[in-house]
Design a binder for this molecule. Structure first.
Ligand SMILES: *[C@@H]1O[C@H](CO)[C@@H](O)[C@H](O)[C@H]1NC(C)=O
Ligand SMILES: *[C@@H]1O[C@H](CO)[C@@H](O)[C@H](O)[C@H]1NC(C)=O
Ligand SMILES: *[C@@H]1O[C@H](CO)[C@@H](O)[C@H](O)[C@H]1NC(C)=O
Ligand SMILES: *[C@@H]1O[C@H](CO)[C@@H](O)[C@H](O)[C@H]1NC(C)=O
Ligand SMILES: *[C@@H]1O[C@H](CO)[C@@H](O)[C@H](O)[C@H]1NC(C)=O
Ligand SMILES: *[C@@H]1O[C@H](CO)[C@@H](O)[C@H](O)[C@H]1NC(C)=O
Length: 360
């Protein structure tokens, strides 16, 4: 979408793509409900806090609206959802309107940091390509306590094309797709767990839908790259990713299914970002549920649901939909015993090959 800033200053290094303050903490399903909840925050466009005015709110709302409304919204979402992971899908700050991007970044991520909930951020940054996957382990003490039953992929879709003959936005590069293929194959050898992918810029395939076959709204064009780098095909071939979540187009918030993969927008979250006056800022929540066996023990993933919450007085829930469901609650898996439980953090810089970092 239109009205994108000339520059998005992002200079977190590849490592800080993820909060490592809890370096030994594993992502794990909740023991009582057998659930893992992910809060997606798209396009905060955070600048200088109280000083920074809102965009596209109703005339009577301008006087009392700033970046702090974005902060309050995250705080309320965290209280309401108690997510197990918060994912920021890019345009987290608005570089053009801040003199101190580090402070903006700190303020933008502040509520997630102080909540002590693990969080991950993908960035629009053409200097560094950062790519990472995380495993979410089953219930401790269950048969899947040491296995990843859900795989999360975070990719940097760049910001603008760096190829002079190709105009427009960035794309997921062949080197990143190679990383994805290798990672997906490796993870699936252990246990065929479903995956979810998060990045900023929608794939060209987001244009495959209309209101007859998506849930949500489309109020602007699909601002993907002007070329198709083939990542959708790569996802279909790999077979584990059930849904893709992006931001970038603030007033599109739909999810549509193409060839077994749901392509979803979150809808714009931030107040200092273009939006639509009178159309609430919003966030997307994903709830992944485990199967409960007849003897009461927890199994593998049974279903994945999603909905959005609006920033109104009730944080109204809309558009609840199923993204994935096992045929009858039964899962067929083939697995190899693995004693390693790690956070796998892989960074990939163009021209530098692949490095893998493990944190036990
Ligand atoms: C922004 O926050 C202020 C203070 O809480 C509130 O009065 C105002 O209604 C909020 N504006 C919007 C558009 O939500
Ligand atoms: C998981 O790992 C722990 C510690 O290594 C071990 O005690 C436990 O038996 C393992 N559980 C399963 C289901 O393999
Ligand atoms: C959605 O419906 C339109 C026709 O209304 C069709 O052209 C399009 O192919 C459909 N998309 C998918 C993914 O089924
Ligand atoms: C429950 O049943 C599953 C097989 O469905 C089995 O693998 C598991 O060990 C059982 N758990 C307990 C606590 O009996
Ligand atoms: C919020 O919920 C209350 C009580 O159910 C209701 O009266 C009110 O209209 C709701 N507000 C919005 C914005 O939906
Ligand atoms: C699923 O599991 C239940 C009990 O665990 C069994 O009764 C049912 O036949 C299974 N369904 C399929 C399709 O395997």
């Amino acid at each position: 979408m239109a009205r994108l800033p000339g520059i998005i200053i992002v200079f977190l290094c590849a490592f800080s793509i993820l909060d490592l303050s809890n370096g030994v903490q594993q992502l794990r399903f909740d023991k009582t409900k057998g659930e893992f909840r992910i809060l997606q925050v798209a396009d905060m466009h955070y600048a200088e806090g109280r000083k920074t005015a809102c965009e596209d709110v109703l005339p009577e709302q301008f006087a009392h609206c700033s970046d702090l409304n974005t902060t309050f919204f995250i705080e309320r979402m965290i209280r309401a959802e108690k997510p197990d992971l918060v994912v920021f899908t890019g345009d987290n700050i608005y570089g053009a309107d801040t003199t101190d991007p580090v402070a903006s970044m700190d303020a933008a991520f502040g509520p997630a940091v102080s909540s002590n909930i693990p969080w991950a951020a993908v960035l629009g940054n053409h200097d560094q390509e950062s790519t990472l996957s995380r495993e979410v382990h089953g219930i401790e003490g269950s048969d899947f306590g040491n296995e990843s039953v859900l795989n999360l992929y975070f990719l940097d879709s760049g910001d603008y094309s760096t190829v002079p003959s190709i105009p427009g936005y960035g794309w997921i590069k062949p080197s990143q797709q190679f990383w994805f293929q290798q990672t997906s194959m490796k993870l699936q050898k252990k246990l065929k767990a479903p995956g979810l992918a998060y990045f900023h810029i929608p794939l060209p395939e987001y244009a495959s839908f209309d209101s007859s076959n998506f849930t949500g709204v489309k109020q602007e064009g699909i601002s993907s790259a002007s070329v198709n780098s083939g990542f959708f095909t790569t996802l279909v071939e790999a077979g584990d990713v059930k849904a893709v979540f992006t931001g970038h187009d603030h007033i599109n918030d739909f999810c549509g299914e193409l060839t077994g993969i749901h392509l979803c927008y979150a809808g714009g979250f931030g107040y200092h970002a273009y939006g639509k006056a009178g159309w609430s800022r919003r966030a997307r929540v994903v709830v992944v549920s485990l199967e409960k066996k007849s003897n009461g023990s927890w199994g593998t993933v049974k279903s994945i649901n999603t909905y959005k919450r609006l920033d109104d007085e009730n944080l109204t829930v809309i558009d609840n939909q199923v993204l994935f469901k096992t045929p009858s609650g039964n899962v067929t898996i083939w697995k190899f015993q693995s004693s390693v439980s790690v956070w796998r953090i892989q960074t990939l810089r163009l021209g530098e090959g692949i490095a893998e970092y493990r944190f036990h």
